[in-house]
Design a protein around this ligand. Structure first.
Ligand code: ZN
Length: 382
């Protein structure tokens, strides 16, 4: 049996990596570029640093969009697209976490493919090749800089949907761990738990293969070792560097293997209640993994061994070791419960109905998930 492993991106990683930007822009012969970011990136001074590098390119016309919001909507994508079209940009630079990079990916689809963006929800529906996109991550979690996925909110249907297509993968990544230094502990822990979710869900996904599994398990090892350190001391640059590297390694894995039940719940929570993506994943992750363990005991034990958890030799018991460890991590990192994030038990029925509509469930190893199963997970995470 054969399998495919897609790798697309030209990656520059490490301290002062941003200095590669002018050369990339020149090699692509870009004359008009749009830079996409949010208020946090602006406040941290990162946008200014990137724009400094762009100013080194003679004659480059730069259009700035600095109004990206968390959980980008179809309306936001349309708004940015109209500006990009009017300015006739030839490429994009996206600076930020998942929201900025996901927004630029979606806008880039519309530059060469007819809208609306909602038409591309699903796998492999983008027809035309996209413009160059340079992703500059400022968080360590979503891996959006390296993946073929963009997650958007459909405000009409009240759901989060994903466009999955190799064509939307950023052309270049410039990853400088220094850009994650100013991330506050709450964002570091939430985005880091998102990264752990990617590693675990992609490892047990029914789309995984030996290459994706290698990436997922390496990512998990790194996150398990360094996440707590990065949260406790944001200036611990060894931890910051490893977290960023882990996200790229894991991103290669889950771009190919996809995700599962945790993300199905997280997308629904974000669509209805605006929960930040990482937080939404983190609060249900341990319970979903305990639920999944029943059908992939061997894989769960492999993951537990990878992070040196003590095992008893009893297979059923050992398959739950990782979910227990993840629960301990969420407590140590002060991840909020669903009730602490404003969710009410009376919301569970509606949420469960929508979780079951999530296409990402197709990749979850345990199939036949019922409404009662979803409500049971939500109750445990309450
Ligand atoms: Zn995620």
């Amino acid at each position: 049996m054969s399998y495919n492993f897609f790798v697309h991106t030209d990656l520059t990683f490490g301290k002062d990596a941003i200095e590669a930007l002018p050369g990339i822009l020149e090699s692509e012969e870009l004359e008009r570029v749009m830079v996409v970011y949010d208020a946090g990136v602006k406040a941290a001074g990162i946008a200014k640093r990137v724009l400094q590098e762009m100013n080194k390119v003679k004659g480059l016309v730069v259009t700035v969009f600095d109004g990206v919001e968390p959980n980008p909507t179809n309306e936001l994508i349309e708004k940015i697209y109209k500006i990009a079209k009017t300015e006739d940009v030839q490429g994009f630079v996206a600076i930020g976490g998942g929201s900025s990079i996901d927004s630029a990916k979606a806008v880039n689809v519309l530059m060469t493919n007819e809208g609306p963006i909602g038409n591309y929800g699903g796998i492999g529906l983008v027809k035309e090749k996209l413009l160059p996109l340079i992703a500059i991550p400022t968080t360590a979690g979503t891996s959006s800089e390296i993946t073929n996925v963009t997650a958007l909110i459909d405000t009409q249907a009240v759901c989060k949907y994903v466009v999955i297509d190799n064509k939307i993968t950023p052309t270049y990544v410039i990853a400088d761990p220094e850009f994650t230094r100013t991330m506050p502990p709450s964002v570091t822990s939430a985005t880091g738990m998102d990264a752990i979710t990617h590693a675990v869900e992609s490892y047990i996904s029914n789309m995984s293969n030996p290459l994706t599994k290698y990436n997922s398990i390496q990512g998990l090892k790194i996150f398990h070792k360094y996440l707590q350190r990065a949260v406790e001391n944001g200036d611990d640059m060894e931890a910051r560097e490893n977290m960023m590297l882990g996200c790229i390694i894991t991103g290669f894995g889950f771009s190919n293997a996809n995700l599962g039940f945790v993300h199905a719940i997280a997308h629904t929570l974000s669509a209805h209640f605006g929960l930040p993506h990482g937080m939404a994943n983190a609060c249900v992750l341990p319970y979903v993994m305990a639920f999944n363990a029943k059908c992939c005991e061997d894989e769960m034990i492999e993951l537990a061994k990878a992070v040196d958890l003590p095992l008893s030799g009893n297979k059923a018991e050992d398959s739950l070791a990782l979910s227990k460890e993840l629960l301990a991590m969420t407590k140590a990192l002060k991840i909020k419960t669903l009730s602490e994030q404003g969710i009410k038990e009376s919301d569970f029925d509606m949420l469960a109905d929508d979780v079951l509509k999530e296409p990402v469930l197709n990749f979850n190893p345990r199939t036949g998930i019922t409404k009662e199963d979803v409500i049971s997970i939500l109750k445990q995470a309450f």
